[in-house]
Write a protein that binds this ligand. Structure first.
Ligand code: C2E
Ligand code: CA
Ligand code: CA
Length: 612
């Protein structure tokens, strides 16, 4: 239950006090009294009244003073103070500032209660207002704090966004720069700053798209590889840069110069086709002037292929292909040669390309087969082995002899696939013979290996793998290599040959005498036999066989087995036998035979052509 309001009456006039107390109590209030200021403040230390009535005319201390003290005291300053006074005093002195109201004597109960009620209500309202005010100010303070925080966050966010945007801008800028650099690099040559292949192709394609005719010069430096080998890549690079500078200074800004790679340069000009040769000549002269390098002065020659007019081409790749054909032709002839492309060159090149594609398809579609030419012991005239020779039965062009596709296969690198195919086919044949119960103990098979294989780094490993897979005993395989292998015999080649010998394969030099390996160097090669070239055999006559004789003698001296190739007559066979040649091969004994016929000879083991 709510307490009745407590009214504190400070009054020293007993009658008034009684009256007032009665009135107040009758009005439902609790009453506390004090007769002077001192006792009043003592009580106020323990009690908080709701309203204070102070008589103005207290003898000990004037009421107004008490009022002042009340308003100064923290405990009471909020409590409404009403002054009790005589009506005359009011008129005379007015209302002191410290009081909220006065009650005049004599006390009319209604007036007193109404006033008190009014001021209690006012106070209550005041208190509510104060509380609300306090709450509001708290809310406002809190809100201000939040706002300040928000502002701070906002500021931070803005700074952050600003920084991020800046970083992003920088990153974007860097990306753009890198992009440009990459684009530049994609179309330019690092070494010379000229256009590279991509750049040239792009440029030529653009010219074609705009139907701008161009005359194209394809340059290749002579002997550049040797300069690289002799002086090192550093010097080679400086030379290439020098060439690039000269070409550019000669051509000026009207044309495009590019490097296709290595020592190949392309110059694309607006020169009239009929002036092409003259300009090419000037280019050669311009480059022929010696280059001054640290190592001394270097003079270089140049070959140039010309495409006089590019308009008939569909794309840049075709232009480059034909420029290459013309250049190739020039290089075949010699140094400082100029060669404009002719339709015949184009045709020949196209034919070669077709042939190349055909060889590839031929390998895939098994169009090749082997023929086996018997190797005959000249003493017993028995077959001691065969040379496997490749044959191509082209589906539309019919039989194509090896001389027509082996050189191209060597040039294009397809020879490896072919020779490996031969080794596998030989192995199949070997196993077939084994399966047929043919005695193979004394039989060997000769397989030709192109020399360019040995220049390939990985060749020996691949050959090793293949040989270990085909499962033919090493002693049964004789590998024929030509003398040209020893011309430039690197330690890699020698290592490969020694490796194969160690593994038990028999190595022999094919076409001996036609190459460059002099007789005096024969002892340095890790080989076990040689085949005297057909040209020496056919040149032999009754009284002139000196060369063949020397070769046989020397070979035997070195413990090498000797085969004579291309024996076409009985006389040649007999003469070679007399000269001590071990083995013979040639049409006189047998042509290269299809497998079935070779098998027949093997199984019957009849001597082939006894001594005449
Ligand atoms: P080669 O290695 O010197 O092979 C001997 C060539 O002489 C064969 O020609 C053979 O048919 C021919 N021949 C044999 N006896 C006589 C004869 O008494 N008189 C005449 N006039 N010729 C005779 P073929 O089969 O046309 O091969 C030509 C060349 O192609 C081979 O010469 C060889 O260098 C190459 N070749 C053949 N098959 C292969 C192969 O599988 N791989 C490699 N890399 N080259 C091969
Ligand atoms: Ca051969
Ligand atoms: Ca030969």
């Amino acid at each position: 239950m709510e307490h009745a309001a407590l009214i504190f009456v400070i009054q020293d006039h007993l009658d008034d006090l009684c009256t007032l107390s009665q009135v107040l109590q009758a009005g439902g209030y609790r009453v506390l009294i004090a007769s002077d200021g001192e006792s009043a403040f003592e009580k106020l230390a323990n009690v908080v009244p709701d309203l204070i009535l102070v008589d103005r005319a207290i003898a000990a201390s004037p009421g107004v003073e008490i009022c002042q003290m009340l308003t100064r005291n923290v405990n009471t300053l909020d409590i409404p103070v009403l002054l009790l006074m005589a009506p005359d005093d009011v008129n005379e002195q007015g209302l002191p500032a410290e009081v909220v109201d006065v009650i005049t004597k004599p006390y009319h109960p209604n007036t007193v209660l109404n006033r008190i009620k009014l001021h209690l209500q006012l106070r209550s309202l005041n208190l509510t207002l104060q509380a609300q005010h306090q709450q509001l100010s708290q809310e406002i303070t809190a809100r201000r704090l939040i706002e300040a925080d928000l502002q701070k966050l906002n500021n931070n966010l803005e700074t952050h966004i600003h920084e991020r945007t800046e970083t992003l801008h920088q990153a974007l800028h860097r990306l753009k720069e890198q992009d440009e650099e990459l684009r530049y690099k994609a179309y330019h040559d690092d070494l010379t700053g000229l256009h590279n292949r991509n750049g040239l192709i792009q440029y030529l394609d653009q010219c074609l798209a705009h139907q701008q005719p161009k005359t194209v010069f394809f340059l290749d430096l002579d002997r550049f590889k040797r300069i690289n080998d002799r002086f090192g890549y550093g010097v080679g690079d400086i030379l290439l840069q020098g060439v690039a500078e000269r070409l550019q200074s000669f051509i000026g800004t009207n044309a495009i110069v590019g490097r296709l790679g290595g020592d190949e340069f392309l110059v694309v000009t607006d020169v009239q086709p009929h002036h092409g040769k003259a300009i090419a000549q000037q280019l050669i002269e311009h480059l022929r002037f010696p280059f001054q390098l640290m190592q001394g002065s270097l003079q270089i020659g140049t070959c140039i292929g010309i495409i006089p007019d590019t308009l008939s081409y569909r794309n840049a790749t075709e232009i480059l292909r034909d420029a290459d054909i013309a250049l190739h032709q020039a290089k075949r002839i010699g140094t400082n040669i100029i060669m404009p492309l002719t339709p015949q060159m184009q045709e020949a090149a196209m034919a070669r390309i077709t042939l190349e594609d055909d060889i590839r398809a031929g390998i895939e579609q098994d169009q090749f087969m082997l023929h086996y030419q018997p190797l005959i012991s000249l003493k017993s005239r028995q077959i001691i082995g065969f040379e496997a020779l490749i044959r191509w039965n082209h589906p539309t062009r019919g039989f194509i002899p090896p001389s027509q596709f082996i050189p191209l296969a060597e040039e294009t690198g397809l020879i490896q696939a072919l020779d490996f195919w031969v080794l596998k086919a030989v192995a199949r044949q070997w196993h077939a013979w084994q399966y047929q119960g043919i005695d193979l103990n004394t039989i060997t098979i000769n397989v030709n290996l192109a020399t360019i294989h040995f220049q390939q780094r990985d060749f020996l490993r691949q050959l090793d793998t293949l040989l270990s897979h085909i499962n033919v005993p090493p002693r049964a395989l004789k590998l024929e290599i030509t003398e040209s292998l020893f011309l430039d015999s690197s330690s890699l080649t020698l290592y490969a040959l020694e490796h194969l010998t160690r593994k038990g394969y028999f190595l022999c030099i094919d076409d001996f005498g036609t190459g460059y390996s002099s007789l005096s160097r024969l002892h340095t090669f890790p080989i076990q036999g040689l085949k005297i070239d057909r040209s020496f055999v056919s040149a032999m006559s009754e009284d002139s066989s000196a060369i063949v004789q020397t070769i046989i003698a020397l070979a035997h001296h070195l413990n090498l087995n000797v085969v004579a190739e291309g024996i076409e007559t009985a006389e040649q066979g007999d003469q070679l036998q007399r000269l001590g040649c071990d083995v013979g091969q040639g049409f006189w004994f047998a042509r290269p035979l299809p497998p079935a016929i070779a098998t027949q000879h093997l199984s019957t083991n009849d001597p082939l052509r006894m001594c005449s």
